[in-house]
Design a protein around this ligand. Structure first.
Ligand code: TLP
Length: 347
Protein backbone atom coordinates (compact mmCIF):
# COMPACT_ATOMS: atom_id res chain seq x y z
CA UNK A 1 0.00 0.00 0.00
CA UNK A 2 1.25 3.49 -0.72
CA UNK A 3 -0.97 5.11 1.88
CA UNK A 4 -1.24 4.95 5.63
CA UNK A 5 -4.62 5.95 6.97
CA UNK A 6 -5.27 5.72 10.70
CA UNK A 7 -8.36 7.96 10.78
CA UNK A 8 -10.69 4.99 11.11
CA UNK A 9 -11.15 1.32 10.27
CA UNK A 10 -13.97 2.52 7.99
CA UNK A 11 -11.28 3.45 5.43
CA UNK A 12 -10.46 -0.22 4.75
CA UNK A 13 -10.69 -1.22 1.11
CA UNK A 14 -12.15 -4.61 0.17
CA UNK A 15 -9.58 -7.41 -0.05
CA UNK A 16 -8.80 -9.08 -3.43
CA UNK A 17 -10.83 -12.10 -2.27
CA UNK A 18 -13.82 -9.83 -1.61
CA UNK A 19 -13.57 -8.25 -5.05
CA UNK A 20 -13.57 -11.73 -6.60
CA UNK A 21 -16.59 -12.80 -4.54
CA UNK A 22 -18.39 -9.59 -5.55
CA UNK A 23 -17.73 -10.20 -9.23
CA UNK A 24 -19.04 -13.76 -9.02
CA UNK A 25 -21.97 -13.21 -6.65
CA UNK A 26 -25.29 -14.87 -7.42
CA UNK A 27 -27.91 -12.10 -7.50
CA UNK A 28 -31.63 -11.37 -7.39
CA UNK A 29 -33.95 -8.57 -6.27
CA UNK A 30 -33.57 -8.30 -2.52
CA UNK A 31 -36.71 -6.18 -2.09
CA UNK A 32 -38.55 -9.30 -3.30
CA UNK A 33 -36.39 -11.31 -0.88
CA UNK A 34 -34.83 -13.02 -3.90
CA UNK A 35 -31.14 -12.25 -3.62
CA UNK A 36 -29.55 -15.54 -2.57
CA UNK A 37 -26.30 -13.90 -1.48
CA UNK A 38 -28.07 -11.38 0.78
CA UNK A 39 -30.22 -14.16 2.21
CA UNK A 40 -27.12 -16.21 2.93
CA UNK A 41 -25.33 -13.33 4.64
CA UNK A 42 -28.38 -12.52 6.79
CA UNK A 43 -28.77 -16.15 7.86
CA UNK A 44 -25.06 -16.60 8.55
CA UNK A 45 -24.83 -13.43 10.62
CA UNK A 46 -27.96 -14.25 12.61
CA UNK A 47 -26.60 -17.70 13.39
CA UNK A 48 -23.21 -16.32 14.36
CA UNK A 49 -24.86 -13.85 16.75
CA UNK A 50 -27.32 -16.38 18.15
CA UNK A 51 -30.38 -14.54 16.83
CA UNK A 52 -33.28 -15.84 14.75
CA UNK A 53 -33.06 -13.49 11.79
CA UNK A 54 -30.95 -10.80 10.15
CA UNK A 55 -31.49 -7.82 7.86
CA UNK A 56 -28.81 -6.40 5.56
CA UNK A 57 -28.64 -2.62 5.87
CA UNK A 58 -26.48 -0.13 3.97
CA UNK A 59 -24.77 1.44 7.00
CA UNK A 60 -24.32 1.22 10.74
CA UNK A 61 -26.14 4.51 11.18
CA UNK A 62 -29.15 3.21 9.25
CA UNK A 63 -28.91 -0.07 11.17
CA UNK A 64 -29.16 1.65 14.54
CA UNK A 65 -31.87 3.99 13.28
CA UNK A 66 -33.89 1.08 11.87
CA UNK A 67 -33.60 -0.67 15.24
CA UNK A 68 -34.66 2.41 17.19
CA UNK A 69 -37.59 3.17 14.88
CA UNK A 70 -38.74 -0.44 15.10
CA UNK A 71 -38.52 -0.56 18.90
CA UNK A 72 -39.90 2.92 19.66
CA UNK A 73 -42.86 5.03 18.66
CA UNK A 74 -42.99 8.83 18.54
CA UNK A 75 -42.48 10.35 21.98
CA UNK A 76 -41.00 7.14 23.40
CA UNK A 77 -37.72 7.41 25.22
CA UNK A 78 -34.43 5.60 24.71
CA UNK A 79 -31.82 5.47 27.49
CA UNK A 80 -28.28 5.58 26.13
CA UNK A 81 -24.78 6.79 26.93
CA UNK A 82 -23.91 10.46 26.54
CA UNK A 83 -20.82 9.32 24.60
CA UNK A 84 -22.63 6.76 22.47
CA UNK A 85 -22.28 6.86 18.70
CA UNK A 86 -26.05 6.92 18.29
CA UNK A 87 -26.32 10.05 20.41
CA UNK A 88 -23.21 11.88 19.17
CA UNK A 89 -22.71 10.93 15.55
CA UNK A 90 -25.92 9.81 13.89
CA UNK A 91 -27.19 13.27 13.01
CA UNK A 92 -30.00 13.12 15.55
CA UNK A 93 -31.84 10.71 13.24
CA UNK A 94 -33.85 9.15 16.05
CA UNK A 95 -35.36 12.55 16.93
CA UNK A 96 -35.55 13.94 13.39
CA UNK A 97 -37.17 10.91 11.79
CA UNK A 98 -38.72 9.02 14.68
CA UNK A 99 -39.68 11.61 17.28
CA UNK A 100 -37.71 9.48 19.74
CA UNK A 101 -36.58 11.24 22.90
CA UNK A 102 -33.02 10.41 24.01
CA UNK A 103 -32.31 10.24 27.75
CA UNK A 104 -28.53 10.28 28.09
CA UNK A 105 -26.70 8.95 31.12
CA UNK A 106 -22.92 9.32 31.66
CA UNK A 107 -20.62 6.69 30.22
CA UNK A 108 -18.04 5.44 32.68
CA UNK A 109 -14.46 5.34 31.37
CA UNK A 110 -14.94 1.64 30.53
CA UNK A 111 -17.89 2.46 28.28
CA UNK A 112 -20.51 1.10 30.66
CA UNK A 113 -23.49 2.93 32.14
CA UNK A 114 -24.02 2.59 35.89
CA UNK A 115 -26.98 0.32 36.57
CA UNK A 116 -28.22 2.87 39.12
CA UNK A 117 -28.09 5.60 36.47
CA UNK A 118 -30.07 3.45 34.05
CA UNK A 119 -32.60 2.55 36.71
CA UNK A 120 -33.05 6.19 37.74
CA UNK A 121 -33.60 7.13 34.10
CA UNK A 122 -36.49 4.68 33.70
CA UNK A 123 -39.70 6.68 33.89
CA UNK A 124 -42.62 6.01 36.17
CA UNK A 125 -46.03 5.65 34.55
CA UNK A 126 -47.09 9.27 34.72
CA UNK A 127 -48.64 11.41 31.96
CA UNK A 128 -45.95 14.06 32.47
CA UNK A 129 -43.26 11.68 31.21
CA UNK A 130 -42.31 10.06 27.94
CA UNK A 131 -42.59 6.28 27.92
CA UNK A 132 -39.25 4.51 28.52
CA UNK A 133 -38.99 1.88 25.82
CA UNK A 134 -35.40 0.97 25.09
CA UNK A 135 -31.86 0.85 26.50
CA UNK A 136 -28.87 0.99 24.13
CA UNK A 137 -25.32 -0.17 24.77
CA UNK A 138 -22.31 0.06 22.47
CA UNK A 139 -19.70 -2.71 22.13
CA UNK A 140 -16.83 -2.02 21.58
CA UNK A 141 -17.29 1.50 22.87
CA UNK A 142 -15.82 3.84 20.30
CA UNK A 143 -15.48 7.08 22.30
CA UNK A 144 -14.32 5.23 25.43
CA UNK A 145 -11.13 3.93 23.83
CA UNK A 146 -12.59 1.02 21.85
CA UNK A 147 -13.16 -0.86 25.09
CA UNK A 148 -15.02 -4.19 24.96
CA UNK A 149 -18.05 -4.56 27.22
CA UNK A 150 -18.30 -7.90 29.00
CA UNK A 151 -21.10 -10.44 28.65
CA UNK A 152 -21.66 -10.29 32.46
CA UNK A 153 -22.30 -6.55 32.40
CA UNK A 154 -24.53 -6.82 29.33
CA UNK A 155 -26.50 -9.54 31.13
CA UNK A 156 -27.05 -7.25 34.11
CA UNK A 157 -28.39 -4.52 31.83
CA UNK A 158 -30.54 -7.07 30.01
CA UNK A 159 -32.00 -8.25 33.34
CA UNK A 160 -32.76 -4.67 34.32
CA UNK A 161 -34.42 -4.03 30.95
CA UNK A 162 -36.64 -7.08 31.34
CA UNK A 163 -37.51 -6.17 34.93
CA UNK A 164 -39.05 -2.95 33.59
CA UNK A 165 -40.38 -4.44 30.32
CA UNK A 166 -37.91 -2.46 28.23
CA UNK A 167 -35.92 -3.75 25.25
CA UNK A 168 -32.15 -3.76 24.92
CA UNK A 169 -30.41 -2.86 21.65
CA UNK A 170 -26.69 -3.32 21.13
CA UNK A 171 -24.71 -1.11 18.77
CA UNK A 172 -22.26 -3.87 17.97
CA UNK A 173 -20.57 -2.07 15.09
CA UNK A 174 -17.34 -3.70 16.31
CA UNK A 175 -18.77 -6.66 18.25
CA UNK A 176 -16.21 -9.03 16.73
CA UNK A 177 -13.37 -6.86 18.04
CA UNK A 178 -14.98 -7.20 21.47
CA UNK A 179 -15.39 -10.96 21.12
CA UNK A 180 -11.75 -11.43 20.10
CA UNK A 181 -10.47 -9.16 22.87
CA UNK A 182 -12.54 -10.90 25.56
CA UNK A 183 -12.09 -14.38 24.09
CA UNK A 184 -15.81 -15.12 24.08
CA UNK A 185 -18.21 -15.68 21.20
CA UNK A 186 -20.04 -12.72 19.70
CA UNK A 187 -23.26 -14.67 20.39
CA UNK A 188 -22.47 -14.65 24.11
CA UNK A 189 -22.01 -10.87 24.05
CA UNK A 190 -25.23 -10.44 22.08
CA UNK A 191 -27.34 -12.93 24.07
CA UNK A 192 -28.78 -10.48 26.65
CA UNK A 193 -29.79 -8.01 23.92
CA UNK A 194 -33.06 -8.22 21.99
CA UNK A 195 -31.37 -6.79 18.92
CA UNK A 196 -27.86 -6.14 17.69
CA UNK A 197 -26.43 -4.18 14.78
CA UNK A 198 -23.01 -5.24 13.50
CA UNK A 199 -20.89 -3.57 10.81
CA UNK A 200 -19.05 -5.40 8.03
CA UNK A 201 -17.52 -2.20 6.69
CA UNK A 202 -15.16 -1.40 9.53
CA UNK A 203 -12.22 -3.57 10.60
CA UNK A 204 -13.68 -6.51 8.66
CA UNK A 205 -12.89 -4.67 5.40
CA UNK A 206 -16.16 -5.06 3.48
CA UNK A 207 -16.84 -1.95 1.40
CA UNK A 208 -20.44 -1.42 2.57
CA UNK A 209 -22.97 -2.91 4.90
CA UNK A 210 -24.24 -3.77 8.33
CA UNK A 211 -26.60 -6.46 9.58
CA UNK A 212 -29.35 -5.95 12.13
CA UNK A 213 -30.30 -9.13 13.99
CA UNK A 214 -33.18 -10.04 16.26
CA UNK A 215 -36.20 -12.32 16.38
CA UNK A 216 -38.34 -13.05 13.30
CA UNK A 217 -41.14 -10.68 14.25
CA UNK A 218 -38.74 -7.80 14.94
CA UNK A 219 -36.86 -8.30 11.68
CA UNK A 220 -40.10 -8.42 9.71
CA UNK A 221 -41.10 -5.06 11.18
CA UNK A 222 -37.58 -3.69 10.70
CA UNK A 223 -37.76 -4.64 7.01
CA UNK A 224 -40.66 -2.21 6.56
CA UNK A 225 -38.75 0.53 8.43
CA UNK A 226 -35.67 -0.03 6.27
CA UNK A 227 -37.91 0.43 3.22
CA UNK A 228 -39.31 3.67 4.68
CA UNK A 229 -35.75 4.93 5.10
CA UNK A 230 -34.95 4.12 1.47
CA UNK A 231 -32.66 1.27 2.46
CA UNK A 232 -34.34 -1.46 0.42
CA UNK A 233 -31.66 -2.42 -2.10
CA UNK A 234 -32.06 -4.51 -5.23
CA UNK A 235 -29.14 -6.72 -6.39
CA UNK A 236 -27.44 -6.08 -3.07
CA UNK A 237 -25.73 -9.47 -3.25
CA UNK A 238 -22.90 -7.63 -5.02
CA UNK A 239 -21.96 -6.08 -1.70
CA UNK A 240 -23.29 -8.82 0.57
CA UNK A 241 -20.78 -11.18 -1.11
CA UNK A 242 -17.95 -9.12 0.37
CA UNK A 243 -19.77 -9.26 3.71
CA UNK A 244 -19.74 -13.06 3.64
CA UNK A 245 -15.98 -13.06 3.06
CA UNK A 246 -15.66 -10.55 5.92
CA UNK A 247 -17.61 -12.79 8.27
CA UNK A 248 -15.93 -16.02 7.27
CA UNK A 249 -12.32 -14.90 6.91
CA UNK A 250 -11.70 -11.57 8.58
CA UNK A 251 -12.84 -12.07 12.17
CA UNK A 252 -10.03 -14.15 13.66
CA UNK A 253 -7.34 -11.88 12.25
CA UNK A 254 -8.67 -8.92 14.30
CA UNK A 255 -6.30 -10.14 17.02
CA UNK A 256 -3.44 -8.91 14.81
CA UNK A 257 -4.90 -5.38 14.75
CA UNK A 258 -5.21 -5.42 18.53
CA UNK A 259 -1.59 -6.53 18.86
CA UNK A 260 -0.40 -3.78 16.52
CA UNK A 261 -2.47 -1.20 18.41
CA UNK A 262 -0.66 -2.23 21.61
CA UNK A 263 2.69 -1.97 19.83
CA UNK A 264 1.80 1.47 18.46
CA UNK A 265 0.73 2.64 21.92
CA UNK A 266 3.90 1.31 23.52
CA UNK A 267 6.11 3.16 21.04
CA UNK A 268 4.11 6.40 21.11
CA UNK A 269 4.23 6.41 24.90
CA UNK A 270 8.01 6.85 24.65
CA UNK A 271 7.65 10.14 22.76
CA UNK A 272 7.80 13.20 25.04
CA UNK A 273 4.71 15.39 24.89
CA UNK A 274 2.26 12.53 24.31
CA UNK A 275 0.18 10.43 26.70
CA UNK A 276 -1.65 7.29 25.68
CA UNK A 277 -5.08 7.12 27.31
CA UNK A 278 -5.19 3.42 28.11
CA UNK A 279 -2.43 1.45 29.78
CA UNK A 280 -2.91 -1.07 26.96
CA UNK A 281 -5.34 -0.26 24.12
CA UNK A 282 -8.06 -2.91 24.58
CA UNK A 283 -8.83 -3.39 20.86
CA UNK A 284 -7.84 -1.57 17.66
CA UNK A 285 -8.03 2.07 18.81
CA UNK A 286 -5.29 4.18 20.34
CA UNK A 287 -6.40 7.45 21.93
CA UNK A 288 -3.69 10.05 22.54
CA UNK A 289 -3.51 13.20 24.60
CA UNK A 290 -1.15 16.02 23.68
CA UNK A 291 0.33 17.24 26.98
CA UNK A 292 0.76 20.92 27.83
CA UNK A 293 4.50 20.55 27.09
CA UNK A 294 3.85 19.13 23.63
CA UNK A 295 5.59 21.38 21.07
CA UNK A 296 2.70 21.05 18.63
CA UNK A 297 -1.07 20.59 18.79
CA UNK A 298 -3.00 17.62 17.42
CA UNK A 299 -4.18 19.49 14.27
CA UNK A 300 -0.60 20.62 13.59
CA UNK A 301 0.57 17.03 13.76
CA UNK A 302 -2.21 16.03 11.36
CA UNK A 303 -0.83 18.59 8.85
CA UNK A 304 2.79 17.49 9.25
CA UNK A 305 1.92 13.82 8.85
CA UNK A 306 -0.25 14.53 5.80
CA UNK A 307 2.88 15.89 4.10
CA UNK A 308 4.44 12.46 4.70
CA UNK A 309 1.46 10.59 3.25
CA UNK A 310 -0.05 9.64 6.62
CA UNK A 311 -3.71 10.42 7.23
CA UNK A 312 -4.74 11.18 10.82
CA UNK A 313 -7.61 13.02 12.43
CA UNK A 314 -7.57 15.15 15.57
CA UNK A 315 -10.33 15.44 18.13
CA UNK A 316 -10.07 19.09 19.17
CA UNK A 317 -6.62 20.56 19.77
CA UNK A 318 -5.18 18.02 22.23
CA UNK A 319 -6.66 14.64 21.46
CA UNK A 320 -6.33 12.10 18.67
CA UNK A 321 -7.67 8.67 17.79
CA UNK A 322 -5.57 6.27 15.74
CA UNK A 323 -7.33 3.17 14.43
CA UNK A 324 -5.39 0.08 13.36
CA UNK A 325 -6.84 -2.18 10.67
CA UNK A 326 -6.07 -4.78 7.99
CA UNK A 327 -4.16 -2.35 5.77
CA UNK A 328 -1.82 -1.28 8.58
CA UNK A 329 1.17 -3.60 8.86
CA UNK A 330 4.31 -3.50 11.05
CA UNK A 331 6.09 -1.36 8.48
CA UNK A 332 3.26 1.20 8.60
CA UNK A 333 3.43 1.30 12.40
CA UNK A 334 7.15 1.99 12.18
CA UNK A 335 6.67 4.75 9.60
CA UNK A 336 3.98 6.41 11.74
CA UNK A 337 6.08 6.29 14.92
CA UNK A 338 9.05 7.84 13.08
CA UNK A 339 6.84 10.58 11.64
CA UNK A 340 5.55 11.34 15.15
CA UNK A 341 9.08 11.41 16.59
CA UNK A 342 10.26 13.85 13.93
CA UNK A 343 7.21 16.09 14.14
CA UNK A 344 7.23 16.27 17.94
CA UNK A 345 10.92 17.14 18.30
CA UNK A 346 10.93 20.33 20.31
CA UNK A 347 13.94 22.04 18.69
N1 TLP B 1 -18.10 5.26 13.43
C1 TLP B 1 -17.18 6.07 12.64
C2 TLP B 1 -17.52 7.55 12.76
O1 TLP B 1 -18.86 7.78 12.53
C3 TLP B 1 -17.15 8.14 14.08
C4 TLP B 1 -15.77 5.81 13.09
O2 TLP B 1 -14.86 6.26 12.35
O3 TLP B 1 -15.55 5.15 14.11
N2 TLP B 1 -21.71 2.65 15.66
C5 TLP B 1 -20.42 2.83 16.01
C6 TLP B 1 -19.95 2.41 17.35
C7 TLP B 1 -19.53 3.41 15.10
O4 TLP B 1 -18.27 3.61 15.46
C8 TLP B 1 -20.00 3.80 13.82
C9 TLP B 1 -19.08 4.46 12.83
C10 TLP B 1 -21.35 3.58 13.52
C11 TLP B 1 -22.19 3.01 14.47
C12 TLP B 1 -21.96 4.03 12.20
O5 TLP B 1 -21.56 3.25 11.13
P1 TLP B 1 -21.63 3.82 9.63
O6 TLP B 1 -20.44 4.70 9.46
O7 TLP B 1 -21.58 2.58 8.80
O8 TLP B 1 -22.90 4.55 9.47
Amino acid sequence: MDWIDLRSDTVTLPTPEMRKAMANAELGDDVFGEDPTVNRLEAQMAERLGKMAGLFIPSGTMGNLTALLTHCGRGDEVILGALSHSFLYEAGGMAALGGIHPFTVPNQSDGTLLLDDIESAIRADNPHYPISRLICLENTHNRCGGVPITAEYTREVGDLARQYSLKLHLDGARIFNAAIALDVSAAELAAPADTIMVCLSKALCAPVGSVLCGDEDFIQRARRVRKQLGGGMRQAGVIAAAGIVALENMVDRLAEDHKRARLLAKRLREIPGLSVEWEEPPTNMVYLQFNQDSPISAPELVKKCAEKGIKLSAIGSRRMRLVVHYWIDDQAIDTVVKAFEQSLKSD
